[in-house]
Design a binder for this molecule. Structure first.
Ligand code: HEM
Length: 464
């Protein structure tokens, strides 16, 4: 019976029909929910692995080398890029795909998700990111493996995109698409553009370059596309969907959000065309408008949903948006004063660690326990410790990177390793807390027939 239910649960289209008894319908729904949670946990676990080992440990190693030599120029650009790739694709994008496969078909009220497509996507994506890291760091057959990994990643994303965009509402016209969906679609198009650019870059270096590192100017624009074309709009989209509920904010201003996205795209166009100073100002403006549209710093109208998690959650979410504004302003400063890569590095770090990582740490510990079979978060204290350490580490890193790299204060070189260790500890604690939740916490799902509906909503355990 279990096998046949599992087959029914993962079959597409949905097999639930009048031929099944209510008990069987519940059993199929339960098996399907279990299969979805298992798939989500696979994406999240590999994401955590990439974040910790190929991503953060290599980032810390790079920073220790840079601090020891008091120069960023002496470090292999390939290693810096391997670190960035593992973080953004291995960690952030794996999380996004896992959550996307898990929730979008259900959010859109569609038919059974395509499990086979999800697992093929997971295998191709994970292999692509791992091969890229190994080939870049160990230089093993990199001229072949770099384009191969980029192709695998692009193909995996296309599977994901097809799966999540193929699910339509059951009743056309019933569900009006929210502004957040358009923002997420824009971000997905941004990710597609990043992956296509990555393929072009990998093919170029494979045929023309002496090392697997992208040329500097190309890499800078590629990073701008990655940051402002993919990462930032994704967070805005999911903030628009979740934060009014999670933080009890006043209702979203949808037109303002779409205006922010348009401004951001214009900024990106200027940056990619080489007019970076206009692009940088537009990023400041678009970030400010996005904050206004989300009403992030306006007084809340309802209590925040913090049952089962640490009460600091709303503060760290707002702190992440402060980091976004700092990152954008540092981008303007970099265009004016940077002569060492230090202000650019500080801006990028404020964005990737201050904004993106802080959001993932906060929202991840908020929603993943529920998505992974209605578990409780393993430790609320660890949930507090991880973003706190990230905040302190990021403050130290961003300020000292400017002071040290720009030759404003020699003592700042000594502070950089400490910043790396604080951030490493914060990220490790996050990984431990999520892993502890998956492994040690019992699943409370699948006990009642309403489970599929309940698990759809990340706030479901809060009755407030
Ligand atoms: C312990 C945490 C981290 C450390 C110590 C670290 C360290 C570094 C270092 C030393 C660089 C070289 C440029 C510079 O000097 O600023 C760098 C670049 C970069 N980092 Fe990190 N990083 C960390 C976390 C992250 C995270 C969480 C992300 C993304 C979510 C990220 C994404 C990037 C990207 C995209 C680059 C640019 C790579 C390139 O030049 O192509 N980093 N990081």
């Amino acid at each position: 019976m279990a096998t046949s239910l599992a087959e029914l649960a993962t079959a597409s289209p949905a097999p639930i029909g009048p031929a099944l008894t209510p008990a069987q319908i519940f059993a199929v729904a339960r098996a399907r929910e279990e299969a979805l949670s298992r798939m989500l946990m696979a994406f999240v676990t590999t994401g955590l692995f990439f974040m910790l080992f190929p991503g953060t440990f290599l980032g810390v190693w790079n920073l220790l080398q840079i601090s020891g030599r008091e120069s960023v120029a002496s470090i292999s650009p390939a290693w810096l890029q391997a670190h960035g790739h593992a973080q953004v694709f291995g960690w952030v994008a794996s999380f996004i795909m896992g959550i996307g496969f898990y929730s979008i078909p259900k959010l859109r009220g569609g038919a059974n998700p395509s499990f086979r497509a999800a697992w093929v996507c997971w295998a191709m994506w994970t292999t692509g990111v791992a091969v890229r890291w190994l080939a870049t760091v160990y230089l093993w057959a990199w001229r072949i493996l770099l384009p191969f990994s980029a192709l695998l990643e692009l193909a995996a994303f296309l599977i994901f995109f097809r799966a999540v965009s193929g699910h339509q509402p059951n009743e056309p016209g019933k569900e009006k698409l929210g502004a957040w969906i358009y923002v997420v679609v824009t971000a997905s198009a941004g990710l597609l553009a990043v992956l296509a650019t990555n393929l072009v870059g990998c093919s170029y270096v494979a045929f023309r370059a002496a090392t697997p590192a992208f040329p500097h100017v190309f890499d800078q624009r590629y990073l701008a596309l990655m940051a402002w074309g993919f990462l930032v709009p994704f967070v805005w989209g999911f903030s628009a969907k979740w934060m009014p509920v999670f933080l009890g904010l006043k209702p979203l201003r949808p037109r303002l959000l779409l205006a922010a996205v348009a401004m951001n795209l214009l900024g990106l166009a200027f940056t990619l065309a080489g007019v970076g100073w206009i692009g940088a100002w537009l990023f400041v403006a678009s970030s400010a408008v996005a904050v206004m549209s989300l009403r992030m710093f306006e007084p809340a109208v309802r209590e925040a949903k913090i049952r089962g998690i640490h009460s600091s959650f709303p503060y760290f979410i707002r702190m992440a948006y402060v980091w976004l504004l700092i990152a954008a302003l540092l981008g303007v400063a970099a265009g004016r004063w940077d002569h060492s890569g230090g202000i650019w590095g500080a801006s990028r770090h404020a964005l990737t660690v201050g904004f993106i990582s802080l959001m993932i740490l906060s929202v991840g510990q908020r929603i993943l326990p529920a998505f992974a079979g209605m578990r409780l978060l393993w430790s609320t204290k660890l949930m507090y410790a991880s973003p706190l350490l990230i905040n302190i580490g990021c403050t130290l890193r961003v300020s000292c990177e400017v002071l040290a790299y720009q030759d404003y204060a020699a003592w700042a070189w000594q502070a950089l390793p400490l910043s790396a260790l604080l951030e490493l500890t914060g990220l490790t604690i996050f990984a431990i807390n999520v892993a502890g939740t998956f492994i040690l916490q019992p699943s409370h799902a699948f006990k009642e027939p309403m489970v599929a509906t309940i698990a759809d909503r990340p706030v479901s355990r809060d009755k407030s």
